[in-house]
Design a binder for this molecule. Structure first.
Ligand code: F0G
Length: 481
């Protein structure tokens, strides 16, 4: 629920209460410096005991509802033929309208099965924007991902409500250039994660689906952030203001051939699924399911997780669930804008994204701008965010660095986990960091894995800047914070 106060302020009010809690601690800056050094200046390598607010991701870190825990307790553990799977299939039918569904252990497993079935060497996959794991699964069989967004998507400061759209003209050009046989499928990502969680409009999505179908192309929707995109369509698109999230979700799902999602975000459970109404397509994918995931009625998940996901599927279209992260992100982004901190606008789906190029403009692109800012935020606050910039890219086949379109520090908002006062804490510390931004310098590799290097890679600071930043923080706040 959004409260509009008499002084014009707006703030989100949580539509749930805390019934169980987990204690968190804030270790002092000196210890944070030690922890981030040991983590190779990579926030993925931090241990939770050293983290105050964990805003790395909204994936698998959401608060589950009481009814979801009930779904855990009542699940039917049968290896084959579990009634819990059939309940999940009913939930998918009710919420998304798909007759055929399979579970997979998480989103990237769906990407793997789809690539295995439909992607061949030399082909291309046009998309509004890539996600890290998607790109790797498409490139592994020797295909290429083509990002055909509108140029404005890369403008971090914008009022365009739908920066996640695909450019229809670019799609027509791709079809003309490559032809049907060379296009594995057309992929739309509901709220383009790496563009800053930016949604596409229903009008654009319909147009892309129409062009693809007329060209005889297969269409795929990555709905890992489906409900956030639907919620933002409801808020921002003419003709949808009186529709419910449930109606918009159903409409989005009805337009595409194959749907897949990571369940870790919208349904708040480790897992995922692939859904379709096309039996022939479904039958092409199913043989790979027991090879890579598990038997048909559990697909790499435990039945207890399937039970929780079934409940999460029915709950995710409740506007207070679909909108809980969106509204906190909006509050967060507006607060940062007020203080002049460069942040991606308009606010998107899953996180507040700091435009690192503008925050620390003195750091050259070779020195991993967003990576440095992400490490600096941890030192200044104990808040764990995520680098979404060049470190999150893969090198090209000759080993050259591929500089990312955007250098973002992503501060994710897990669903129903953090409060507005905790967001205020991050705003305060970001303000301090912004005033002291000159102290932040670049990073260099110490150990760089050959694939998805951002997960396990290790780096070090240039010019010992982390020590200087820590000292400046202690000077302002004392040794205990
Ligand atoms: N597609 C999108 C749009 C995603 O955001 C993710 C995961 C995946 C696919 C892969 O799903 O993690 O369940 O295998 N995003 C997480 C994030 C990791 O932090 O944004 P997964």
């Amino acid at each position: 629920m959004i409260i509009k106060a008499s002084d014009g302020r707006e703030f989100p009010v949580e539509m749930h209460k805390t019934r169980m809690l987990q204690k968190i601690t804030l270790i002092p800056a000196e210890e944070r410096l030690k922890a981030i050094k040991e983590a190779g200046y990579n926030t993925f390598q931090l241990k939770t005991k050293d983290i105050f607010l964990d805003m790395l991701t909204d994936s698998g870190t959401n608060a589950m509802s009481d009814n979801q825990f009930a779904g855990f307790m009542t699940a039917d553990d049968a290896y084959a033929g579990s009634m819990t799977f059939y309940d999940f299939a009913d939930a998918v039918k009710d919420v998304m309208g798909y007759k055929y569904v399979m579970n997979v252990h998480q989103g990237r497993a769906a990407e793997h099965l789809l690539a295995k079935t439909f992607v061949q060497k030399g082909q291309v996959v046009p998309t509004n924007y890539h996600f890290t794991t998607t790109k790797v699964h498409i490139e592994l069989p020797g295909a290429q991902i083509l990002e055909i967004f509108f140029d404005e998507a890369l403008e971090t400061k914008s009022t365009n409500p739908f920066k996640g759209c695909m450019d229809p003209q670019k799609l027509r050009d791709v079809i003309k250039k490559y032809g049907k046989e060379k296009i594995s499928y057309v992929r739309m990502e509901a709220t383009a994660n790496l563009l800053g969680g930016q949604p596409f409009s229903m009008a654009n999505y319909k147009e892309i689906m129409k062009i693809s179908k007329e060209a005889g192309l297969l269409t795929v929707l990555d709905g890992s952030l489906l409900c956030e995109n639907a919620y933002l369509i409801m808020q921002r698109e003419e003709g949808y203001k009186d529709k419910t999230v449930a109606e918009i979700v159903k409409e989005m799902c009805s337009l595409v051939d194959i749907f897949y999602m990571s369940g870790r975000k919208n349904t708040c459970v480790r897992g995922g699924c692939i859904g379709t109404n096309d039996k022939k397509l479904f039958d092409e994918i199913t043989p790979w399911l027991p090879v890579y995931e598990g038997f048909f009625t559990y697909g790499g998940m435990s039945q207890r997780e399937v039970g929780m996901m079934a409940v999460g599927m029915r709950e995710m279209i409740d506007p207070s669930v679909a909108g809980c992260a969106v509204e906190q992100v909006k509050y967060f982004v507006n607060r940062l804008e007020e203080t002049g901190i460069p942040v991606v606008t308009p606010p998107g789906g899953l996180a507040c994204h700091i435009d690192a190029r503008k925050f620390v403009p003195h750091i050259p692109k070779e020195d991993y701008i967003a990576g440095a800012l992400t490490a600096a935020l941890y030192i200044a606050s104990g808040v764990r965010s995520m680098e979404r910039g060049t470190i999150s890219m893969e090198r090209d086949k000759d080993g050259n660095e591929v500089y990312c379109d955007l250098e973002l520090t992503r501060i994710a908002i897990p669903r129903r986990v953090y409060t507005v006062s905790q967001i205020e804490y991050v705003v305060e510390r970001l303000n301090w960091l912004y005033k002291n931004r000159e102290l932040v310098k670049g990073l260099k590799w110490v150990s760089e894995p050959p694939v998805l290097r951002f997960f396990l890679g290790s780096l070090d600071v240039l010019d010992n800047w982390s020590r200087n930043l820590c000292d400046a923080f202690k000077k302002d706040y004392g040794p205990d914070l």
